[in-house]
Ligand binder design. Structure first.
Ligand SMILES: Cc1cc2nc3c(=O)[nH]c(=O)nc-3n(C[C@H](O)[C@H](O)[C@H](O)COP(=O)(O)OP(=O)(O)OC[C@H]3O[C@@H](n4cnc5c(N)ncnc54)[C@H](O)[C@@H]3O)c2cc1C
Length: 418
């Protein structure tokens, strides 16, 4: 077992602080209870939860500030309750744009209106918020972990700067980057290559007037287009657009969407024109091609994988954050504190996390939703055609009944459940 820290803060290392220049710290060995590799949303939230509970946590990320990269940009629904339970809701509300109504349209007509609190913000802002909740945020170790050696007792990490990090537990929250896990014999099994394509950009009206909606979702009109939906919602920089598609990533329409975004969006979603008016894109159009994948060979002593490092998600299904929140909550409020209270960090401890009922349910739900959204968008056989029509018809009828008799349907539903 490594000797415990003799100084108060976990940022102190065996012979210096981790904040000193890398060259001067080249021989430093940092000691912590938990080493978290990857300070995206999953790793940063995990670091904050564990550090708040008094554990010595070392969070290592290659970058001091998360770059302007397109990932999840809106948080709402059940995710909010989990942010609240983990103690991040005030932080989220302080940096994001709130909205509480989404107008849902298809073929130019209103399907229904979703009501419920939600927040829009860039992913980098979300990660910065999470890192800001770590009791000593300046303690983030900006470095790249190049190797991990795991055992039943102490785990050893090598950093690109030459420093070393010893910890009882390693949490790999490295997102879609699989290199580190690969060195441990952890493989990614691709379930669906190029499963979905996503585009993110910000829009304004050319005449500078605001849009007539708080937020809007426009569903695809033709299965051949492969458009699931375009989601428009407020972020601090304006009106953000997330377009989610199930279509061959090499199709020329992908290039059109990058080069002539406004015209291509309206070509794919003509019913959107009256809602948007004359608009333009104000920033770089970012796009992602997403594989659905899950790891294998991950049950090893001393190391646990969370978030995208364990399983990737379909952005259209919007389950990535729910999954990583379940991972963080179960690991950091239940398992890790219990594991650290006794000697050893063998496989039998680690397997408790991977067998957790809530975690398994969230992972399976994510894959199920990914397949459902793809089929609902692009399957054109009769059974899915009927299902699609019924899906939107049911929503539309419910909405109309709700408009005529507000609250009546909710009463009927709760009476049926009783
Ligand atoms: C385009 C797109 C849209 C999405 N939209 C939604 C949505 O609407 N709703 C939803 O719920 N989910 C959505 N998701 C999914 C969601 O964004 C992800 O599930 C989530 O961001 C994963 O976070 P993470 O912390 O696991 O990984 P990441 O945020 O990728 O973080 C990984 C971190 O690890 C660091 N790292 C990697 N290797 C090393 C190393 N060796 N040493 C040090 N640091 C390292 C990286 O620098 C990075 O900071 C979307 C995803 C994409 C791609």
């Amino acid at each position: 077992m490594e000797p415990p820290l003799t100084v108060g803060a976990w940022t102190m290392t065996a012979d210096s602080t981790v904040t000193e220049p890398i060259a001067a710290a080249a021989t430093t060995t940092i000691v912590a209870d938990v080493a978290i590799v990857g300070g995206g949303l999953a790793g940063s939230l995990a670091a904050a939860v564990l550090a708040r509970a008094g554990h010595r946590v070392a969070l290592v990320d290659k970058r001091a500030v998360y770059p302007d990269e397109f990932r999840v940009e809106k948080i709402g629904g059940p995710q909010l309750e989990m942010f609240r339970r983990l103690g991040f809701i005030r932080g989220l509300a302080s940096v994001a744009c709130p909205y509480d109504q989404v107008l849902n349209v298809r073929e130019g007509k209103v399907v229904d209106v979703s009501v419920g609190q939600a927040y829009g913000l860039p992913y980098a802002g979300l990660v910065a918020m999470a890192r800001g909740q770590i009791p000593d945020p300046s303690s983030l170790i900006v470095d790249e972990v190049t190797a991990v050696t795991c055992s039943d007792d102490v785990q050893h990490l090598e950093l690109a700067s030459g420093r070393r990090l010893n910890a009882r537990l390693v949490v790999l929250a490295t997102g879609m980057a699989g290199a580190l896990g690969y060195k441990l014999g952890i493989r990614r099994r691709v379930l669906a290559a190029g499963h979905s394509v996503s585009f993110g950009f910000t829009i304004v009206r050319r005449d500078g007037t605001p849009f007539d909606f708080k937020a809007l979702t426009c569903y695809g009109e033709r299965t051949s287009d492969g458009v699931d939906y375009l989601s428009l919602f407020p972020v601090p920089a304006g009106m953000r657009a997330n377009l989610f598609m199930f279509r061959d990533p090499t199709d020329p329409v992908m290039r059109d969407l990058r080069r002539d975004t406004e015209a291509t969006v309206l070509r794919l979603l003509p019913g959107l024109q009256p809602y948007l008016g004359d608009f333009r894109v104000t920033d770089r159009v970012q796009n992602w091609v997403m594989d659905l994948s899950v790891v294998e060979g991950h049950l090893q002593p001393g190391v646990v994988l969370i978030g995208d490092a364990f399983q990737t998600n379909c952005p259209a299904a919007g389950t990535g954050v729910a999954r990583l929140l379940v991972d963080v909550e179960r690991l950091c409020t239940e398992y890790a504190p219990r594991w650290l209270a006794t000697e050893g960090m063998g496989k039998e401890k680690i397997s408790e996390f991977y067998s957790d009922r809530d975690k398994i349910a969230a992972d399976q739900q994510s894959l199920k939703m990914a397949r459902f959204r793809q089929a609902l968008t692009s399957r054109d056989d009769i059974s899915w055609d009927v299902r699609r029509r019924l899906h939107f018809l049911r929503r539309s009828i419910t909405h109309r009944v709700d408009q005529m008799r507000p609250g009546w349907l909710a009463q009927v539903r709760s009476a049926l459940r009783a």
